[in-house]
Design a protein around this ligand. Structure first.
Ligand SMILES: Cc1cc2nc3c(=O)[nH]c(=O)nc-3n(C[C@H](O)[C@H](O)[C@H](O)COP(=O)(O)OP(=O)(O)OC[C@H]3O[C@@H](n4cnc5c(N)ncnc54)[C@H](O)[C@@H]3O)c2cc1C
Length: 466
């Protein structure tokens, strides 16, 4: 068998698995992807036809991805009975893709002569009495950014030195006036972590650098996240790859510290290379941990992810001034880890070309950051909901009078592994020969979707370049 005809098994059709699948197919590998769910996309999954899904299926799907609907208006049962979600495309929970049009995603798709059309927005700010858009004016950029630009442009060596410096320290050093607020908000929203003591300055600036490709900072694909999966999967299928949905891998077969294949329905299928796209904490349900060094297993088991409460609001009318805009907010002294909580209220989907809601309604997407523990605490989740509602009220007074419905999905495994000082993300190469791990849990630039895509690109380079 020639090097380019090696067989590759990818476990999981998340954005990382699909990106790796498409790139490796392009490089001549024989790719097979196994996905345990009946839909593509993993945590970046959009439900684009609610007529085909019952309330029970919806709840089950959310639970597979560590989520539940914490609240809804009216009740979830009434929403489903009255088919109120027909015509909407909703992710499991709201996504904003950093980097917009020129994101890592379109960079990858360009390799297949494809691209995804994006909605894009600058970031505004919800103030005590109203809103300001954009948050950073041209004058702000001239007056306060030079110091930060120095960090932003710093080389990887400097970034590594900053990896163990908390954002609290960086803000003490560089924060002045509005700069403090900017650093407080953006470092939290980029990492989905509220506690500035835990946010690594190096990781924050690395992620920020990865976003800065000339487009507006926040983006979301027109017609939803499935527009990404359908492109990547069609490339794989049209070029000889295979994707099996509804097919959970039961075990990764390892002999003499080398991968041999995977077990599905108790049968072994052999592959030259195995790539796991599953969340790294779940790796040990597929591999006997005794075949791995103890220190490796212990380190992985300690890794923590991020969490949030999302809210989707469907309104019957809309203030035209808000159409297409995205806003951050910060709530002080609310008792979360880090004390202040950052969130986002996003009107990108209210743009008529978004294709995410029926033409006579306006879909608002939002989230507020919390920790995985806080996401499991009903009292805390209730408080977080009131903060989201309060901020929407500031933008649209009496919004409740225009509400068609609202859903509040809570998630306690948003990023598989948070980019904090405490978390040392594992590398793509594992201690087992021919076994690699990709996705948002591993060391790669960016956060969330960007990290998952970048990990697949790094692995492809590794497997294709001498
Ligand atoms: C509600 C929510 C909001 C988010 N918001 C944002 C955001 O705004 N911006 C952002 O960048 N990121 C966001 N994220 C994070 C982003 O979705 C993830 O970082 C990204 O989708 C991870 O992709 P992945 O390929 O690493 O893994 P996953 O999406 O987890 O894919 C892993 C796949 O493996 C499958 N699988 C697991 N076990 C098996 C098995 N045994 N056999 C076969 N298949 C298996 C799973 O079903 C899944 O499809 C959000 C996540 C959630 C849940």
């Amino acid at each position: 068998m020639t090097a380019t005809a090696k067989s590759v098994c990818i476990i999981g059709a998340g954005i990382g698995g699909l990106t790796a699948g498409a790139l490796l197919t392009k490089h001549g590998f024989k790719v097979t992807i196994y996905e345990k769910e009946h839909l593509l996309g993993g945590r970046a999954l959009s439900i684009d036809d609610f007529t085909k899904i019952s309330e029970k299926d919806y709840k089950k799907l959310l639970s597979q991805f560590y989520m539940r609907i914490a609240f809804s208006e009216p009740s979830l049962t009434e929403i489903f009975e009255k088919q109120m979600l027909t015509g909407y495309k909703l992710d499991l929970g709201y996504h904003a893709i950093g980097g917009g049009v020129f994101s890592n995603l379109n960079n990858v798709l360009a390799e297949f002569d494809m691209h995804v059309d994006f909605l894009e927005s600058y970031v505004g700010f919800i103030t005590k009495t109203g809103w300001q858009y954009p948050f950073l004016t041209r004058l702000d950029k001239l007056m306060i950014l030079p110091n930060i630009i120095r960090l932003f442009l710093a080389n990887e060596h400097t970034m590594q030195e900053l990896d163990n410096v908390s954002m609290t320290e960086t803000i003490k050093r560089y924060g002045k006036g509005k700069m403090t607020l900017i650093l407080e908000i953006f470092s939290r929203s980029i990492t989905t972590v509220n506690n500035l003591n835990r946010i690594s300055t190096g990781e924050m600036f690395r992620a920020q650098k990865n976003l800065y490709r000339g487009s507006k900072p926040v983006g979301y694909p027109i017609n939803g996240l499935n527009s990404i999966h359908s492109k990547l999967s069609s490339y794989i299928l049209d070029h000889g790859g295979t994707i099996h949905l509804n097919t959970p891998v039961e075990k990764i077969v390892i002999e003499n510290a080398t991968t041999k294949g995977v077990k599905i329905h108790n049968q072994t299928h052999n592959y030259d290379i195995i790539i796991s796209n599953v969340m790294v904490q779940e790796l040990f349900s597929l591999i006997d941990e005794n075949v791995l060094p103890k220190s490796y297993v212990t380190a992985i088991k300690q890794l923590e992810g991020t969490a949030s409460l999302c809210a989707y609001y469907s309104l019957k009318t809309m203030d035209p001034a808000l159409l297409g805009k995205t806003f951050h907010f910060i709530e002080r002294d609310v008792g979360v880890d880090g004390n202040d909580a950052v969130g986002m209220i996003d009107f990108m989907a209210t743009d008529r070309k978004a294709g995410l809601s029926p033409p006579d309604t306006y879909l608002i997407q939002s989230y507020i950051i919390c920790t995985p523990q806080e996401a499991k605490d009903p009292q805390m989740v209730k408080q977080l909901r009131s903060l989201l509602d309060k901020n929407l009220e500031k933008l649209i007074p009496h919004y409740i009078e225009h509400l068609a419905w609202a859903l509040y999905p809570v998630i306690w495994h948003l990023d598989g592994v948070a980019k904090t000082i405490q978390n040392d993300k594992p590398r793509i190469v594992t201690p087992i020969e021919n076994l690699f791990i990709i996705g948002d849990c591993v060391k790669a630039p960016g956060i969330g979707v960007n990290c998952a895509i970048n990990s697949a690109r790094i692995l492809t380079d590794k497997l294709t370049k001498p």
